[in-house]
Design a protein around this ligand. Structure first.
Ligand code: NAP
Length: 247
């Protein structure tokens, strides 16, 4: 067990990659605060899966784009669990469309949740971690943040923003014993990619040397590593989990 006695916050923990991360952290002994936007049934299912595997967790409905709600959520996690040792900024959405046709609201919603959400959570948690003089932050970006992608100017900009954010946080907080790293998934089998349809996924698979999409658990294991003391000398890094899509 790599994370016995640790407390973690996972945003977007109700479904997909966040769910797999929450379950994997709990399997390593962490108590996990599963943060979700509105899908209470899915969040409860995640908690049930954690408990079935002998782990512990609590649920928080909280919009990461709302700074006041995030501050309240983090305060409440600290009160209930006693510390916050791990933060995984995973909550994310897509609102795809070509630049020329992209609505201001679709640009803003993606930036607000995918980038500003990570800022809100990291800011609130960093105060606690600085007092503890320890902590691990893992931000979920995307290979699209490295390469860009037609039809995703909002999403790619937010994910590229996460890279600069992660490296800056790593530099600011390293002296306080806090590490910050990013994981860049390629194509992972979740609700987010299910909406793309089979033909788009098939085209995408042609660009992946390993010739397949990944399971959310394959991302979760890398997050566990970065959150654990096994990664004690790693900060400010980006690890691609993409079957070789981007080298
Ligand atoms: P998903 O299946 O669509 O799940 C999204 C999660 O984010 C849900 O738990 C959702 O909560 C939560 N969420 C959305 N808006 C939120 C908000 N405002 N506040 C709090 N939580 C919010 O997505 P996924 O595929 O697992 O993606 C997870 C992360 O990986 C995202 O950052 C995504 O950009 C990134 N990523 C995914 C892929 C991929 O291929 N799937 C590739 C690269 C990067 P509810 O259940 O309550 O709606």
């Amino acid at each position: 067990m790599l994370l016995t006695g640790k407390n973690a916050i996972v945003t977007g923990g109700s479904r997909g990659i966040g769910r797999a991360i929450a379950i994997s952290l709990a399997q390593q002994g962490a108590t996990v605060a599963v943060v979700y936007a509105g899908n209470t049934a899915a969040a409860e299912e995640t908690l049930q899966m954690i408990e079935e595997k002998g782990g512990h967790g609590i649920l928080f409905q909280c919009n990461v784009a709302d700074d006041v709600a995030v501050a309240d959520m983090v305060k409440s996690v600290k009160e209930q669990l006693g510390s916050v040792d791990i933060l995984v900024n995973n909550a994310g959405i897509t609102r795809d469309g070509l630049l020329m046709r992209m609505k201001e609201s679709d640009w803003q919603a993606v930036l607000d949740i995918n980038l500003t959400g990570a800022f809100h959570c990291t800011k609130a948690v960093s105060k606690i971690m600085m007092k503890q003089r320890s902590g691990a932050i893992v931000n979920i970006t995307s290979v699209v943040g490295l390469t860009g992608n037609a039809g995703q100017v909002n999403y790619a900009a937010a994910k590229a923003g996460i890279l600069g954010f992660t490296k800056s946080v790593a530099k600011e907080l390293a002296s306080r014993g806090i590490r910050a790293n990013a994981v860049a998934p390629g194509c992972i089998d979740t609700d987010m990619t299910a909406v793309l349809g089979d033909s788009v996924i098939e085209e995408m698979i042609k660009t992946i040397p390993m010739g397949r999409v990944a399971k959310p658990e394959e991302v979760a294991q890398v997050v566990v590593f970065l959150a654990s003391d096994n990664a004690s000398y790693i900060t400010g890094q980006v690890l691609n989990v993409d079957g070789g899509m981007v080298m």
